[in-house]
Design a binder for this molecule. Structure first.
Ligand code: CP3
Length: 347
């Protein structure tokens, strides 16, 4: 019913700028914390389609958001490849079996989507059913580079020094890992599309850690392969990167529908660099949501103004919402974006 988000991705006219929020289902919502407590853990929540569906819908019941995003995690793919994902309390994601030698990289295989990742596809099908067409559903994957960061390091890290050292010392081995991971990502996105995902977003959270030469070699090249592989599918592709705004035009040239930007890039410059080849998604600094409602409204207007007039803007934060945010501030933001961007009836 509300297809503002899909229209904006196609750069078609919309009545007002659509908005969704990265990590919109998450710990800042008391109802999320309650469901997570019932599930026992984040992973149990993500692996139980009924509960994943429940938390996906929670932010939509509170706020006038224009899209739903599948509740899952980017690390489900390496988990299904046998690395053993777990969450140590207060420490973020970890792998029991990180990739520490050539042999473990060489024996990696693409997992079967309907068995090893069947719980994700079941969640997509269930969410589509429960949404009743209210808003479109976004499916997602991590980028091959960002997944490789966690697979080599074995968990989160300040600078992912291990995988960056591998890029210099044994590029052939890293390319081998990225090739297998890219095949898995493509199969994962295609399976989500077949299960009912209406848009597909790839998160390249750690692309900005690389020098420009290495970014093009180890991240952009594989994003290009993904864009080509999903080009024939119905759902549009959004390529989000953190710290990769300087590559916006190159990302646009992959053939994706939209480029997602963090708050360190000016939307006007990105738009000038990309021309009208793609829509742009972003890019409010997530810390703004901790400020007063007046500041939130002012900064939301600033982001809308920086994109300027015309279609092809999807409002979002420049990265995920943090657990400390007051949900009422999200309501202020969603309302401000719709109100300030409302086009007059005559277009
Ligand atoms: O956006 C959404 O609402 C959909 C759900 C979603 C989650 N993770 C749920 C989640 C999405 C799209 C992701 C993607 C993801 N996961 C990324 C890429 C986007 C980004 O934020 O950069 C990355 C790098 C991960 C890996 C990951 N998963 C980390 C680093 C963490 C811990 C960070 C934290 O916030 O504690 C997770 C766990 C995770 N994934 C949580 C949620 C809601 C918090 C888990 C909890 O409930 O304790």
């Amino acid at each position: 019913m509300n297809d503002r988000y899909l229209c904006a991705l196609r750069r078609e006219p919309v009545d007002c700028t659509p908005i969704w929020i990265m990590r919109q289902a998450g710990r800042y919502l008391p109802e999320y914390r309650a469901t997570r407590a019932r599930a026992g853990s984040f992973l149990a929540l993500a692996k139980t389609p009924e509960l994943a569906c429940e938390v996906t819908l929670q932010p939509l019941d509170r706020f006038a958001l224009d899209a739903a995003i599948l509740f899952s995690d980017i690390l489900t793919v390496p988990d299904a490849m046998g690395l053993g994902l777990y969450f140590a309390e207060g420490e973020g994601p970890k792998f029991e079996r990180p990739l520490r030698d050539a042999a473990s990289i060489e024996k990696l295989a693409v997992p079967d989507m309907e068995t090893e990742l069947g719980y994700v596809m079941d969640a997509v099908r269930l969410i589509r059913r429960e949404l009743h067409g209210r808003v479109p559903l976004i499916g997602f994957s991590g980028s091959p580079w960002t997944l490789a960061c966690y697979m080599i390091e074995g968990g989160g890290s300040d600078g992912f020094a291990r995988v960056r050292a591998l890029a210099y010392e044994n590029p052939t081995l890293l390319h081998r890992l990225l090739a297998t991971t890219t095949a898995a990502v493509i199969a994962y996105l295609k399976a989500q599309a077949a299960a009912g995902a209406q848009a597909l977003q790839v998160f390249d959270t750690w692309g900005g850690l690389l020098s420009p030469r290495l970014y093009r070699e180890f991240s952009l090249r594989y994003l290009q392969q993904i864009a080509e592989a999903v080009a024939g599918l119905e759902p549009p592709l959004i390529l989000f990167g953190k710290g990769t705004g300087q590559f916006a035009a190159e990302l646009a040239a992959t053939g994706c529908a939209a480029v997602g930007l963090d708050w360190t890039t000016d939307l006007a410059s990105a738009r000038a660099a990309c021309g009208d080849r793609v829509a742009l998604q972003g890019n409010l600094d997530p810390t703004v949501l901790a400020a007063s409602p007046e500041v939130i409204e002012r900064e939301a207007k600033g982001v809308l103004d920086s994109f300027g007039v015309g279609s092809g803007h999807i409002f979002n934060l420049g990265h995920g919402i943090t657990p400390d945010i007051n949900p009422e501030h999200v309501a202020v933001l969603v309302d401000a974006v719709h109100r300030f961007s409302r086009r007059s009836g005559d277009g």
